[in-house]
Design a protein around this ligand. Structure first.
Ligand code: NAP
Ligand code: GLV
Length: 331
């Protein structure tokens, strides 16, 4: 068998590159490839697997002309890849589930706390020399304990966020497949049985003090949170998004924040990353992070290991340890 050839769009940390180099040859472009360069790499026939990031887009057009065996995505989310087209063209996809669950749930909790207790406004006040001493009315926020957290999505990260919220004495509601309904049995709930309550999407939106999003970006979840949903939230409620930017209509969110339809937002992801919709950064009732959900040294190293293992197995024509579309292998 020929030596596997990997095209790595952006260097991956920890054991990632050493594992790939031990298994085959690694091409690292001098700069992050744009759409044209990525397409050329995929069409060239020079590479077996592309090791990609969420900002690398693989659409149906690119995939139809690609001469690659697989795409190993350095992420659990894979909305940057047209999965149906990849499957049709026998391009396998691998991702990195599980290892980033706790880190991302930590960031959801961090945003809940930071928005609820106005941490960024408080930090800014202090740093700009406007702290004149303790005052009974200085920067009053919202309670965390006793507040209702609504989880849109109750998979790995949704559950890990529930675990944290319960430790903060929050009431936890969830809707597993918003905006649709899917009943989750007590057996499936496991440790959460009788500690969290399943409700429909509309009830989740109306009841939440903090509404936190944990669904993948898909046709059904694009603009899941739109102007109508924002109008149905409590005026004191906060929106938390660590899922994907386009799950929220960012323009509608800005309007809702400006008109006090909701009280605040904590975001790690944006509709047109890395750009922010005009006006968002100027709103004081937001906490904005630059997509750092999984950004810890150890988590990124584990993601790199999974990503490399996926890439190496796919290059050998084998279904990877974490396949997104194992059926592509048959094609
Ligand atoms: P997961 O375990 O697969 O959970 C996904 C949840 O969404 C489940 O409740 C699932 O319902 C539901 N769901 C799946 N497809 C859906 C659809 N088409 N419409 C509505 N609901 C749907 O995923 P996870 O590991 O928790 O990750 C969730 C997302 O978080 C990822 O896809 C990624 O986009 C994002 N993420 C972001 C960061 C960051 O850095 N900010 C880091 C990691 C992940 P069922 O149980 O019924 O399937
Ligand atoms: C990051 O956003 C991921 O999906 O892993």
């Amino acid at each position: 068998m020929n030596e596997p050839r990997f095209y790595v769009t952006t260097p991956i940390p920890g054991p990632g590159l050493p594992l790939l180099r031990a298994a085959g040859s690694v091409h690292l472009p001098t700069e992050q490839p744009d759409a044209t360069a990525l397409r050329q790499a995929c069409e060239s026939g020079d590479y077996d697997v592309i090791v990609a990031q969420v900002k690398d887009h693989f659409d149906a057009d690119l995939l139809s002309a690609a001469k690659i065996r697989g795409v190993s995505n350095f992420a659990v989310g894979y909305d940057n890849i047209d999965v149906a087209a990849a499957t049709a063209h026998a391009v396998m996809i691998g991702n990195t589930p599980g290892v980033l669950t706790d880190a991302t749930a930590d960031v959801a909790m961090l945003l809940i706390l930071a928005v609820g207790r106005r941490a960024v406004e408080a930090d800014t006040l202090l740093r700009t020399g406007r702290f004149t001493g303790w005052r009974p009315d200085l920067l009053l926020g919202q309670d965390i304990s006793g507040a209702t957290l609504g989880l849109a999505g109750f998979g790995r990260i949704g559950r890990a966020t529930a675990r944290r919220a319960l430790a903060f004495d929050m009431k936890v509601l969830f809707c597993p497949r918003p905006p649709g309904d899917r009943h989750v049995s007590d057996a499936e709930l496991g440790e959460f049985a009788e500690r969290v309550r399943q409700v429909g999407w509309e009830d989740l939106v109306a009841a939440s003090d903090y509404l936190s999003l944990h669904v993948p970006l898909a046709e059904q979840t694009r603009h899941l949170v739109n102007a109508e949903v924002l109008r149905s939230m409590k005026p004191t409620a906060m929106l938390i998004n660590t899922a994907r930017g386009p799950v929220v209509d960012e323009q509608a969110l800005i309007t809702a924040l400006k008109t006090n339809e909701i009280a605040g937002a904590g975001l790690d992801v944006y509709e047109n990353e890395p750009r922010l919709a005009a006006g968002l950064a100027e709103l004081p009732n937001t906490v904005l992070l630059p997509h750092i959900g999984s950004a810890t040294v150890s988590v990124r190293a584990e993601m790199a290991r999974l990503c490399a293992e996926n890439a190496i197995t796919m290059a050998r024509g084998v279904v990877p340890p974490h396949p997104v579309n194992p059926e592509a292998w048959r094609n």
